[in-house]
Every structure is written in structure tokens, then in C-alpha cells.
Design a binder for this molecule. Sequence first.
Ligand code: MLT
Length: 238
Amino acid sequence: MRLRVDLLPHGGYPDVVLVVDVLRATTTAVAYLERGAEGLLLTRTPDVALALRPEGDEGRSLVLGGERGGLPIPGFDFGNSPVEAAAQNFTGKTVVMNTTNGTDAAHTAAQTGKHVLLASLTNAHAAARRARSLATEEIAIVCAGTDAHVGLEDVYAAGVLAEYLLALGEFSIDDGARIALTIRRNAGNPIEALSSSAHGERLGGLGLGEDVRYAAQVSTSTLVPVLAAEADAPEGTL
Ligand code: MLT
């Protein structure tokens, strides 16, 4: 079994893909499920998300969450804050997400990956176990990064996932995995690593430091979003 870590998404995944966007898309996706969401749809663009909302859907069976530049998208119900998501009740609702990097990374993974799972620090152990149970030849951990720049927080989380996977079985690992494991072992504890990342600092500057602290919790959830390009799903959704 091969294990690889892509420090940024680039596609060509033959088997299982763990998409990581710790600050904040995959952390928030897990929080939606923890708070009862029945489903997640990840769109390519905000317009696809807005078009999904049925006319006069006062019941808001479909809620929209996402951000640009870390701030909520106009017309959406929520931003991309896991702390905000964790304070709501999403029972009976489907959450449609569109974010700057995380949802794009998921779509890139879904172009070739057989199984696309969303991983964060909060569901790391469960995500590693689920990936190991599904994989037959390779597990790729894909770091979303931020605006096409490698994100320390995602590489750190990839190192945590890699450690869990190596404890579950034999893997041949690539240099990306070696880099992620080195970062994991040298960047301090999760709070230190996430807070010292460029995106963690940017979120702190926006007054969203609580999201960074929330995202630094390790394996507090056993829920793992598994995405499938539904045959009848609207164009551009997962
Ligand atoms: C992303 O998807 O780019 C990030 O989650 C951005 C954010 O929410 O701060």
C-alpha cells in the first residue's frame, strides 16, 4: 500500500483521497455533521450553491455556508466558522458549502479518486481508519493550502493522519509524507502549529482565533464526510 501527501492539490488520484483543509473547510464540514446535518454538498462556485436553494424554501431545508477571504459570502446563511457551526442545530438540513480552497480541492480529488473523504484534525483518527478500510492500492492525503500556497496547518494535519495510518499497516511513503511527518514532529502541539501558520495568523487578525483553537482539537469526532459525485447531482456539486 502506498501513502502519499500532496502539499497542494494536483489530481491523478487512483484510489482513496483524504482532502485536508484544516482552516477551516474540512473542520467546519465535520462540525456540520456533528450538529446533525443529513448531507453535505460541495459546489464549485457560490452561484451554483445559491441556485440550489429551492424557491420559497422558508424551512431552509438547504442551508448555505461558505466564505471568500475568510468572510461570509453574501446571500449565504453561514460563513465557514466551525465554532459558529458547532453552535447550531442542523438536524434535517443539508448544508451546501463553497469556500476559497477546500471545496475546490475536493472537486479536484473527485475527478479521479474512487473515494474522497474530508479530513481535519478533529476527525483525524476516524478518517485514517476509514481510508485504510477503503484503500486497495494508495491513500493520497491532499492539502488544500490557501490561494495556491502551501498551508503549514494542512501539512501538519497530514502528518497527524500519516502517523495514524502508519500505525494501521505497512505503507511505502513518498517525500510529501516524509515532509508532513517531519512537520508534525517539529512544529509543536496542534495549537502552536495552527496559530503559527500564515492562514492561522490571518484568521486571528480577522477576530477568528477561536476557529483556530477549535480546529486544533485532535480526533474529537468519529464522523467522516465521504463524498460521491451523485449521478443526479446538479452540475458542479459533490
Ligand atoms: C478555505 O476553504 O479556503 C478555507 O477554509 C478558508 C477559510 O475558511 O478561512
